[in-house]
Design a protein around this ligand. Structure first.
Ligand code: MLT
Length: 316
């Protein structure tokens, strides 16, 4: 019998699959940390998590029983990969399940920011009929820069093209020819695209290369009046630089779903004119959560039953 621990809330379809799997039993134990978490991991062969639980080096040091952990989602920032590798734990993610929902959220934020949807709604709630105050901006005919032309970035580009936007794209792993086949103007550097885009959206993990991709230095070269969107990972845009850019008027709008520190309930950006923020909701749809849960269960059960490794993100 293979024993599985579910460490964060998981969509019911995923739990149902675990229920139906032969030779598997599972327990849901959420909110674990420290010794409780380490002890729990030592009772199970496999784990499924989302982003809530933190599998730090401290927790993973001393784990012997656990063979694999699957992240129901894309980002594995909450799992220390070198420590997992050292402990012999295979780490896998589900790269596809929330692609469309996250792409839709980026487009939602772009449009809602452009048309002042949140403050206009708030004005009505507070009894004001402010038609003049909320003059918006049309996205058709504007240029969108997309950094990262992976699954999500490409879906965003496709939707932006349907909105009649011109799309510039940066991705070191995509050839100029492939980008052009997709109707995307390929650029060689992020800084090279910044003077030309009315909107910028990022769809990369947070790495040493992508951290602070837009910082105070980039404020100099951004097109005046640019609007920035981030549904990927906090820290790709430096939040202090965003505040500075908004205050100076260089940046007209910022729409964030992700933050340098999460959860984030207090930020100088919250409430600034032109700023629209959501609490990491990119993958928060029934469809995405069901898909990542089902994918995660398939990955873990295949691994524990047959040794099959797919979507491993281990690093030494
Ligand atoms: C992901 O990495 O899958 C998304 O950011 C959603 C999440 O963290 O739950």
């Amino acid at each position: 019998m293979h024993k599985v621990i579910v460490l964060d809330d998981l969509a019911q379809d995923g739990l149902d699959l675990l229920d139906q799997a032969d030779d598997f039993e599972y327990e849901v134990r959420t909110g674990l940390k420290g010794d409780d978490l380490r002890n729990a991991l030592n009772e199970f062969d496999g784990a499924i998590c989302r982003s809530g639980v933190k599998l730090t080096p401290d927790v993973l040091d001393g784990v012997r029983q656990l063979k694999a952990v699957v992240r129901a989602g894309v980002g594995t920032d909450n799992i220390d990969k070198p420590a997992a590798t050292k402990a012999g734990v295979v780490v896998m993610n589900t790269p596809a399940g929330n692609t469309l929902s996250t792409a839709e959220h980026a487009i939602t934020l772009m449009l809602a920011m452009s048309r002042n949807v949140a403050p206009a709604n708030q004005g009505l709630v507070e009894g004001r009929w402010d038609r003049k105050k909320y003059m918006g901006t049309q996205v058709a005919g504007k240029t969108l820069g997309v950094v990262g032309l992976g699954r999500i970035g490409l879906e965003v580009a496709k939707r932006a093209q349907a909105l009649e936007m011109k799309v510039l794209g940066y991705d070191p792993f995509m050839s100029k020819q492939r980008a052009e086949e997709l109707g995307i103007e390929h650029v060689d550097t992020v800084d090279g695209m910044l003077p030309h885009v009315d909107y910028l959206t990022v769809h990369t993990p947070l790495t040493d290369e992508t951290r602070n991709m837009v910082n105070v230095t980039q404020l100099e070269i951004l097109k005046p009046g640019v609007r920035l969107i981030n549904c990927a990972r906090g820290g790709i845009y430096n939040e202090n630089a965003l505040v500075e850019g908004l205050k100076s008027g260089k940046i007209a709008g910022v729409a964030l779903d992700v933050y340098e520190e999460e959860p984030c309930t207090d930020s100088p950006l919250f409430g600034m004119p032109g700023v629209l923020c959501t609490p990491h909701l990119g993958a928060s749809t029934e469809e995405a959560q069901t898909q990542v849960a089902v994918e995660a269960v398939h990955l873990l059960t295949d691994f524990l039953a047959n040794g099959t490794i797919r979507h491993s993100v281990n690093v030494a």
